[in-house]
Design a protein around this ligand. Sequence first.
Ligand code: KDG
Ligand code: MG
Length: 404
Amino acid sequence: MKITTAEVIVTCPGRNYVTLKITTDEGLTGLGDATLNGRELAVASYLRDHVCPLLIGRDPQRIEDMWQYLYRGAYWRRGPVTMTAISAVDVALWDIKGKAAGLPLYQLLGGASREAVTLYAHADGRDVPELLDRVAELVEDGFQAIRVQVAVPGLDKTYGVSGGPPGTFYEPADGRIPAEQRWETGAYLDFAPTMFEAVRERYGFDLHLLHDVHNRLTPVEAARLGRSLESFRLWWMEDPTPAEDQAAFGLIRQHTVTPIAVGEVFNSIWDCRDLITNRLIDYIRTSVTHAGGITHLRRIFDLAHLYGVRSGSHGAGDLSPVSLGAALHVDLAIPNFGIQEYMGHAPGWDDVFHASYWREGGYMHPGEDPGIGVTLDEEAAGRFPYDPKSLPVCRLRDGTMHDW
Ligand code: KDG
Ligand code: MG
């Protein structure tokens, strides 16, 4: 079998998505998600200009060799743009392999280790009563694990708060130029326990609660937050500090037993290694789209398994349905699956993408179609042209740049 074409499709059915489509001389096609939110065209160019020409004529069945060829073969390697491009090729080749075998991908990964994939959904509120209403809707819908985010009183905008119904798409902001948000750590640290207190008071401890700090704290502030939330028994506290400084997690760990999840911006096993092997985190958030595709993500999860760390893949709405489909196959197969983020996709996504995956309450399954089970209607994709957007940036009250 040989690759005959490799095309990049950029479309915006509610959000911008970049999809790689690989076709073979046997008429099989495979899709991979190449979306890097707010930097979509950088990956599209990396693929079109530097990667696609290398694929033509190669054997799509040699997935591991292709991965090594694109990773080791590039002197300027790693980084989000390169690794998102490699991920897309890898996922598209697994899609082809599944179709060639006539099997859903999870069967090629060793078969199902569970009946379905447990999800966590997003609830947010402009205040605590609004959060409680959103949580109620999700509980009604069957979710047993919910990420909760509430606007910090006194701040104009808080990360993760849309004020809309569950799954509302609050990022990116308005256009090419990033919106600027203000941040006040003290107000957040004082306020955070009150939202968990309210949810626990209403729902007791049957519901799993998660929270994304989104890199806003210093290590000692994160330690204080983790400790202040211990009695609410979170499933995890995500990205408490920016993960460039990995030794910081040792400090957080010394002070709190609130579980920690990190890694949605990681691109390779090298980013994850120290946090995993030093047992500084409990969940690794790497995704099939940004951490080298199925081939590399499995390697990360295998390492994590040795150290009792479980998966908790990033699944925000800026990762495409192709990404979600691929993630569900991995989630179903690996031994150390933890939880899968589920945000859903903007209304209209299914005009462009068709998926065999299905959801029942708080569970999903990738379906039984051969390969990944997600297809793209190119004619429909053409009706939703690229719409340039940027993620916001964040400053402290005095104007100092901070982490968003
Ligand atoms: O593109 C950035 C988003 O995917 C990110 O802000 C969402 O942190 C996020 C999450 O946990 O879903
Ligand atoms: Mg996050």
